[in-house]
Design a protein around this ligand. Structure first.
Ligand code: NAG
Ligand code: NAG
Ligand code: NAG
Ligand code: NAG
Ligand code: NAG
Ligand code: NAG
Ligand code: NAG
Ligand code: NAG
Ligand code: NAG
Ligand code: NAG
Length: 453
């Protein structure tokens, strides 16, 4: 090693040591470590080494200032103030490391909308308290489907990654739920969303396990370019009489650029379901078990409001033991909105033991046939392809394996099915229903009136 490097090395540790000494706001048990790596050497005159950059042109992990905080001693030992301090400290190019084998408990709501170029390396467990009384009085509220959340992540260039767990501690919430479905207009029992971004640009979440969310697992709002890769989501109850409900894998509102790859979802509700005004969606290598499917929507819920979903590519998805497989869903009824779903491709979709493998549902939510006919959906559905969809239904809808019933209040055109091989245990041949769809859909189909049930 060159002498200048040696000198620089000791200078760095000196700076690092004095940095710690000067910080009188440092919480007990926290640490700040400055990097001593390529970017520092790159500043040495004459050095030709260029520091590596991440996808957004920011420093890579090794070149970042690293912040650690103390771990919690129990499930009620709240470290939210330490975590907030760490994010402020790490903002603008640093990293917060939540270490393997340690648990960090969040017991207070957190406004994290100030972020700009920050990494959170989650190797341990970040867990929320299950103090229902506190969280129902202290949260962030969104009018859209009366959503609440523990915290809001906002700003730009936010990366959360590692081998750890983000734990919503949902059991107590599901136990207390007793049928309080979020879309029930009388519901007052609000449950928090586990991960929510708002007004964010460039968000990446990878490697981690998002576990037991009280309500939706993720919800992106007014966000641009969000990527989930290699993520595992589950919500599993230990109480047979209170199953997880509304624990969707992925939801979005006013989002441009939503990507989910190499991900597994095991929840009792939607696996992936972008909501109003989501565009440029990319999903590849997704596995969903026991879910309500990969849906576009629901949209068109609010009176007078125009919603849309456009440009989605959904490829190589496995859907097992669910209510729905590939679904498009829009609201109907006397007080709903309007809009369109356009340019959607589902390709290479493997479905097993699922009630409605392919479904276009324009009588959402809980709208009976009479009301749906009197107040049909005003959401147009155009340019949707289902390519290579294969497997089995559960037989719940008899021989019907695909049900494409377009609302008389809307236009459905450019619907194309190709290479569909879904069988039903209820008998053969399987039936594909098409009603009020303009043009040829590419396969033989029958009107709903001629179908099994
Ligand atoms: C969104 O974030 C930007 C900074 O990234 C800020 O300037 C702007 O005020 C925020 N908008 C809202 C509506 O909060
Ligand atoms: C299981 O859920 C039921 C219904 O919500 C609830 O009454 C009961 O207390 C729960 N059991 C336990 C052990 O929490
Ligand atoms: C499809 O996704 C599964 C994960 O669900 C993965 O194991 C498989 O390799 C993917 N296939 C292709 C061709 O990428
Ligand atoms: C899939 O979900 C079913 C319940 O719907 C469950 O019994 C099964 O264990 C799950 N399989 C995996 C691999 O998680
Ligand atoms: C969707 O975007 C339109 C503007 O194009 C806006 O009027 C509408 O309020 C948005 N929908 C929601 C639910 O935010
Ligand atoms: C349709 O969506 C795909 C992404 O799946 C996109 O590449 C393409 O440009 C979109 N087409 C139009 C006409 O916008
Ligand atoms: C739905 O389609 C009809 C007929 O093509 C059109 O008049 C209407 O504007 C469309 N609605 C939306 C929200 O795009
Ligand atoms: C359909 O729903 C409407 C509104 O909830 C209700 O008034 C009506 O009685 C229902 N009709 C049937 C046949 O269930
Ligand atoms: C459907 O796609 C075609 C070809 O990309 C395009 O011309 C048309 O505008 C699309 N339809 C709607 C309603 O967006
Ligand atoms: C459809 O799938 C079944 C197995 O699920 C297979 O035996 C059959 O050959 C397939 N048919 C076509 C035309 O691919």
């Amino acid at each position: 090693m060159k002498l200048s490097h040696l000198l620089l090395g000791s200078l760095v540790s000196l700076v690092s040591a004095s940095a710690i000494a000067l910080e009188n706001d440092t919480p007990a048990g926290a640490s700040v470590t400055l990097p001593h790596s390529s970017s520092v050497f790159a500043r040495v005159p004459g050095s030709s080494k260029k520091p590596k950059k991440d996808n957004w042109g920011n420093c890579v992990e090794q070149d970042r200032k690293k912040i650690t905080i103390r771990a919690s001693k129990s499930d009620t030992d709240d470290i939210s103030a330490d975590f907030l301090w760490a994010l402020r400290k790490a903002n603008h190019g640093g990293l917060v490391h939540l270490e393997k084998g340690k648990k960090y408990v969040i017991g207070k709501k957190l406004d994290l909308t100030f972020l700009n170029d920050v990494y959170v390396k989650l190797d341990g467990e970040l867990k929320f308290t299950n103090d229902i009384e506190y969280w129902q009085a202290n949260n962030f509220y969104y009018d859209f489907q009366k959503s609440i959340t523990f915290w809001i992540w906002g700003g730009k260039d936010i990366k959360i990654y590692g081998s750890g767990v983000l734990n919503g501690n949902g059991q107590a919430w599901w136990d207390g739920f007793s049928g309080a479905e979020i879309l029930d207009p009388n519901n007052k029992y609000y449950r928090p969303i586990l991960f929510l971004t708002d007004n964010a640009t460039n968000v990446e979440v990878s490697g981690i396990h998002l576990k037991d969310s009280p309500c939706w697992t993720t919800f992106m709002v007014r966000t641009k370019n969000v990527v989930f890769d290699d993520v595992y989501i589950d919500a599993v109850s230990t109480n047979v009489s209170s199953l997880p409900k509304n624990t969707d894998g992925f939801d979005s509102l006013n989002v441009d650029g939503l990507t989910v790859t190499n991900t597994r979802v095991n929840v009792g509700d939607d696996c992936f379901s972008p909501k109003p005004n989501t565009t440029n969606i990319f999903v590849k290598n997704l596995w969903c078990n026991g879910t309500h499917g990969v849906s576009m929507g629901s949209i068109g819920q609010y009176p007078g409001v125009k919603d849309y979903i456009s440009n989605a590519w959904i490829e190589n998805v496995t859907l097992l033991n669910g209510q729905n497989g590939a679904r498009l869903k829009a609201w109907a009824g006397p007080d709903v909105g309007y809009g369109y779903i356009d340019n959607i491709t589902y390709k290479d979709i493997h479905i097993e033991n699922t009630d409605n493998p392919v479904v276009l549902d324009q009588c959402y939510f809980n709208v009976n046939e009479t009301t749906c006919a009197a107040y049909p959906s005003k959401v147009n559905i155009t340019n949707v392809s289902f390519l290579n969809v294969y497997g089995t239904s559960s037989g719940a809808e008899g021989r019907v394996v695909a049900d494409l019933t377009c609302s008389p209040g809307a236009t459905c055109s450019g619907i194309h099915l190709e290479n569909i091989n879904i069988t039903s245990p209820a008998g053969s041949p399987p039936q594909i229903v098409c009603d009020n769809i303009q043009g040829d859909i590419g396969v033989d189909c029958i009107p709903a009136s001629e179908a099994d049930d």
